[in-house]
Design a binder for this molecule. Sequence first.
Ligand code: NAP
Ligand code: HSE
Length: 429
Amino acid sequence: MSQREIGVGLLGMGTVGRGVYRILKDNKMIIEKRAGVPITVKKVLVRDTAKNRDIEIPEGLLTTDINDILDDPGIDIVVELLGGIRPALEYSLRALGKNKSLVTANKDMIALHGQELFAAAEIGRRDLFFEGSVAGGIPIIRPLKECLAANRITRVIGIINGTTNYMLTRMSKEGLDFRQALEEAQALGYAEADPSADVEGFDAARKLAIIASIAFNTRIPLDKVYVEGVTRITAEDIAYAANLNYVIKLLGIARENADGVEVRVHPTLLPKNHPLASVNDVFNAIFVTGDAVGDVMFYGRGAGEMSTASAVAADVMNAARNLANNCPGMTGCTCFEEKQIKAMGLTATKYYIRIDVADKPGVLASIAYIFGNNDVSLASVIQHTAGKSAELVLITHEVFEQNLQTALKGIKDLPVVNEVSNVIRVEGV
Ligand code: NAP
Ligand code: HSE
């Protein structure tokens, strides 16, 4: 094995960049022993070199010029931790073009431009690793690509957004409404100042697109992921779900069967005895089913400085080991098939439906008639009366989404129906 030192250029020293710098410095000896080669951060790209970063930074380490990293032949690995697409994508492609291995935690860039990046990595025969892009410190990319590689994966279900999991936990445990839970998440620094990517489900959709592409060896374009956020979930839904022995979680669900692959992010009623039901607060977890291994679950902190840095630093070590052993670029893109992605209307699941109706004879019969006409079979109906109106809470058997939607259109038009207050999918154990 070559004994040369591996040089690293960090792009960004924000939350994750600082954590990666810390871990590579504080654990230097053990990292060198495990990687088989010394790893040293040579330069760090930032916007503002004068900013206080609460960390000791050697003179000359910071730069605002990307060329100080890309043109340095002593830098073998570029670690992109800027976030967003611009200039992260351009810098990443240029780094790969200069035959440097690339490590990133950027889910937006991988979900939208993974193919382009893999092509560039292949041309230069360099590594492209992105463990930190999904669920922070939880190992999931490498387990899917390596430890579970002998399995045909049939299902990946995950709680992959910490902000919304925190909010739903607070709504469930303390009876907070959506607005209160969001304010709390923002005050604690979990949610972004503009939290729409979290609460509208887009953050989870990007992560699901990445892991589903790996699990099923087919590219999942982001626009093929069905996305519904948690903004319509109310304290009433959480209370009704609890009475029925369910919790509500924002899930990323990817499945493969003979009809194709389905990929969707939406709030879901989950039985209280499902392993994911007890994943609370900002924690993430991913539940994977393989034909040989059965069910396995990965649990931990899905974001944060040191937990995400743990995943990124391990990728750096892997890339360093490969460079030291003259074998980078051995594990390229794993999307070697083109699979059909199911239209949402053709997916089948159970549903929880809450309907505000007039409290008079024949109402339930007229609703049941429309469901029946559309092949929607009901598993349970509970009525809660309040004055002249009543709230019906229904759970269906498994039905096709398109049948359910057609039935709901007819039900909304019934004069006795005040409002279809919410419709939430239900997942089994
Ligand atoms: P952050 O705190 O906003 O840090 C971004 C860093 O990039 C800052 O140091 C900033 O410089 C630098 N930067 C941004 N644009 C730049 C430009 N045009 N030129 C030079 N420097 C630039 O971001 P973060 O939270 O560490 O996230 C980094 C990446 O990790 C993102 O892709 C994110 O999605 C991903 N990730 C984050 C977490 C998490 O918990 N934060 C978890 C998983 C994945 P200045 O410091 O000078 O402003
Ligand atoms: N905003 C994300 C979450 C963290 O709440 O899980 C970064 O992926």
